[in-house]
Design a protein around this ligand. Sequence first.
Ligand code: NDP
Length: 450
Amino acid sequence: MSEILKMVKARDPGENEFHQAVQNVIQSVQPVLERNPEYRRKAVLERITEPERVISFRVPWMDDQAQIRVNRGFSIEMNSALGLYKGGLRFHPSVTQSILKFLAFDQVFKNALTTMPMGGGAGGSDFDPHGKSDAEVMGFCQNFMAELYRHIGPNKDIPAGDIGVGAREIGYLFGMYRRLRNEFTGVMTGKGLGWGGSLIRLEAAGYGCVYFAAEMLAGRNDGLEAKTCLVSGSGKVAQFITEKLIELGAKVLTLSDSSGYIYDEEGIDSDKLKFVKQLKNIRRGRIREYADKYTGAVYTEVDNTLDYNPLWNHPANCAFPAATENEIREKDAYNLINNRVGVVCEGANMPCTAEAVEIIQGRGNILYAPGKAANAGGAAAAGLEMVQNSMRLTWTREEVDNRLKIIMKNIHKTCLDAADQYGTPGNYVNGANITGFVKVVEAMLDQGVV
Ligand code: NDP
């Protein structure tokens, strides 16, 4: 284990997700450090693994029974060498400082890959929006913002959505910020189209992920048409991965939520996807209802006694994990390989455990794209929303989508070039980590010891 990783583990014991994210980058950038002894002398790893600031705060709120509840809120300001802090807000009961530090850390490199002037951050709370009334969610969001507003701003930190933070939550959060500051600024991205949002922003992480997969396949003179695909999750990213896959002629077989998954042998078509969007975004129901409506589909409940997820054990050409971190474990990776999956393209952040990554990469013939690169379309479109807000104008859907396609193409090429340059051709993990790392480190060195 590298000295730096030892130091990080000793300094932040128990932050397993953060350690995992750091290890992933440190492994990739070893050859960069060897070629640049100055990086070691100037302690870039020590600096880049330490957040610039970690803010933790109490969020008291009142439920519909007038009971006082208390959650914990966070804002992780990881690195601002390239620009203001930019990252998602996550509301999920599993949220800890470790999870948000891993998200913020990966976001630093992801944002660098987009080539936009954005640093990296993340925030959120262990609040669980599931089963809460709109009034409760609004009450929570307002109390969360009552503290967060001190730490964010259009030149400081512009948060976006992540798990559990969608259009409804962004609206409540933005509304409270506007009230507290008495100003209307582009302080959040993912806003409603009528009040500063950008077309394609909602779709961008999912669409971009599919564009990335298409680029990888194009390198082998192949495409997504008629490919069978496993998709996990049924939230913002999964829905738009599915939408773009359908558009490109692929067949999506699965979707999931935290209770279970559906397998639809006939494929999820546009009408069925419309049902899923209504189910998850409006009715806030469970994916099991898909199998009630479409009787050809099979629903399988989560079984926590298993050390694998049966969703990943269906024969298919491509896998798009788009639910959450560490959802593809060792056994899942072997199942994917045994079922001859040719593409694993991450819509979620860090959905593969370190062991799973090693197994998948061990099979040199699988095209494997880390979320840092493959889902960077979300960050890129957030950047495009910021640009439109600053210029006080709105681009058309086609304009934003075209920019997104170009950005994903460029990220793909940059990753391949860096992987080649450092002697690991085709290794998108190394390519993404090295490109992001060098860009951020060079900016840090230019700016002195701060
Ligand atoms: P959503 O909240 O919209 O959807 C998340 C989906 O994943 C839901 O179906 C949810 O199920 C499921 N899920 C969440 N946690 C778990 C869990 N612990 N186990 C099993 N299933 C789970 O989130 P997003 O689609 O926005 O985010 C999904 C992933 O994509 C995350 O890793 C996020 O960091 C990443 N991402 C998001 C971007 C964005 O712009 N939103 C951009 C780039 C990456 P349920 O309905 O039961 O909660």
